[in-house]
Ligand binder design. Structure first.
Ligand SMILES: [Cu+2]
Length: 152
């Protein structure tokens, strides 16, 4: 989502552009309150988020997706976002492998959004991914190729 609240599947940047990434846990009410109103107004409602989860996450072999996600949310309410080259290994990536910024912790009780500025120094496709195990939906918490850095 950009600062005007428009949602994008992919953002293409020119190399060496500085980007400010602002991240938040959708359960961190106080953090949400501090976002610009353009962004606040376009954050999907709870039922819309559930609908998205249903589209992204394959149906569980046993149990009900809704219940599994609710339980996951209670047990593992925190997330952490990282930007890494697409195709990279979630766990083995490490800091030396082209991660564009240090991971941003997204606790459920954060009082403000978390922000970092990164500079796109290498061209390529990047994935936004959750680094903190957050239960059932965790393996699906990534946006492959959400950032593309092009060389001009
Ligand atoms: Cu996660």
């Amino acid at each position: 989502m950009d600062a005007d609240g428009n949602e994008h599947d992919q953002v293409v940047l020119d190399r060496e552009t500085a980007v400010r990434l602002v991240a938040f846990n959708t359960n961190a009410e106080q953090a949400l309150d501090k976002l610009p109103s353009t962004v606040q107004n376009t954050i999907p409602e709870h039922h819309e988020l559930e609908e998205r989860n249903k589209q992204r996450i394959p149906p569980p072999k046993s149990g009900n997706l809704h219940t599994l996600l609710e339980e996951a949310n209670e047990r593992y309410p925190n997330h952490c976002v990282v930007v890494m080259p697409s195709g990279g290994n979630h766990m083995g990536g490490g800091m030396g492998s082209g991660i564009m910024m240090h991971p941003l912790a997204l606790p459920h009780n954060a009082t403000k959004p978390t922000a970092a500025t990164m500079r796109a120094s290498r061209r390529g496709d990047y994935t936004l991914s959750c680094l903190t195990y957050c239960g059932y939906g965790h393996p699906y918490m990534d946006l492959d190729g959400a950032l593309v850095v092009r060389f001009i």
